[in-house]
Design a protein. Structure first.
Length: 336
């Protein structure tokens, strides 16, 4: 599907007098203005879009302190927001550049894929550091994206074209599978104990690469969750797998997504279970389809995504085979 616009005026986010607006992007769910600040670097300022029914959350003080402690020594910074003192509801994230890893892959400039591969390797290490630190307090146990997906699957309602997509999903996937994937969404962070502090939604779109020297950062805080370490890892792997499958069907650009997944897993140093990895592909692909229909527009490529979800569910419901398991295979399988 087309990427949400990165030239979307009307976000309503105002730069401070000494700041310069570099880019705007967003959907009806979240709007973002990227601002150049006089001291150097940038701020990604975010606010709820017009179809979002809740403010962007900030973590509690103890959780924020734990995230900062991890970030201080991590290869990828965990960028926490501060409220904008001039605009209610706007959060400001310090960032080293204007482009996310997702945007850099789309540009496909020389060296782009190599820079993303090193960033995701560092992301894997950073998430392992986050998961290895004791959670300072209990947080929600269902990450926001799969929770949002499960609500839509249970009700069939929502903004934009969400009801139309639900009807199409019911027709193509069937009632049993919609109920099953809703259950997977509600239990997405369940898994091997002990529960840990989760980022809750790592994504290439919020992994900001540096314009010059410096380390990447991952925007952090809106989706912090308490649950199994497998969630963060399989959620990010699922994005690579979705992109690999999308490239096969002509809706994503070319890249070695299996190599990207392998670098991410190398950085993390641990393999999730086959069941968790395969379920996450179905969950994330359908979440992407829902969010595009609900917060961007209807597009014929949504039918392609429903087909991808069907394929992912076929794999997820097949018997697990742990022998020689490497979770990067979910990308290789999706690309075939």
């Amino acid at each position: 599907m087309p990427a949400p616009s990165d030239a979307a005026p009307g976000t309503g986010i105002r730069p401070a007098p000494d700041e310069r607006l570099a880019r705007e992007l967003g959907t009806r769910h979240i709007l973002t203005a990227i601002l150049a600040v006089p001291a150097g670097g940038h701020v990604w300022a975010r606010r709820p879009g017009p179809s979002r029914d809740a403010p962007l959350p900030l973590p509690g003080a103890r959780t924020a302190d734990a995230v900062r402690a991890v970030s201080a020594g991590a290869p990828v910074g965990l960028a926490l927001a501060t409220p904008d003192p001039r605009q209610a509801g706007v959060l400001r994230y310090p960032a080293p550049g204007t482009r996310s890893a997702a945007a850099v892959l789309r540009i496909a400039a020389p060296g782009a894929e190599a820079s993303v591969r090193e960033a995701v390797r560092g992301l894997g290490t950073t998430l392992r550091m986050l998961h290895d630190r004791p959670a300072p307090e209990r947080l929600p146990t269902v990450p926001p994206a799969p929770a949002r997906l499960a609500r839509w699957l249970r009700t069939g309602t929502g903004p934009g074209a969400a009801p139309r997509l639900h009807a199409e999903a019911l027709s193509r996937l069937g009632r049993r599978r919609l109920a099953l994937i809703a259950d997977w969404g509600e239990r997405a962070a369940h898994g091997p104990l002990p529960p840990v502090l989760l980022h809750g939604g790592p994504a290439l779109g919020t992994l900001v690469l540096p314009t010059g020297a410096g380390r990447p950062v991952l925007l952090t805080g809106e989706e912090l969750t308490f649950g199994s370490w497998e969630f963060d890892i399989t959620w990010q792997l699922a994005e690579f797998a979705e992109m690999a499958a999308g490239h096969r069907r002509g809706v994503c650009g070319p890249a070695d997504y299996t190599a990207l997944a392998g670098a991410f897993l190398e950085g993390y140093g641990r393999q999730p279970s086959p069941a968790a990895a395969r379920r996450a592909v179905a969950l994330r692909s359908l979440t992407h389809a829902h969010d595009f229909a609900a917060y961007v527009a209807w597009h014929e490529q949504l039918f392609v995504y429903l087909d991808l979800v069907s394929e992912a569910m076929d794999a997820a419901e097949s018997p697990d085979n742990e022998e020689g398991w490497d979770a990067a295979r979910v990308c290789a399988d999706a690309a075939r």
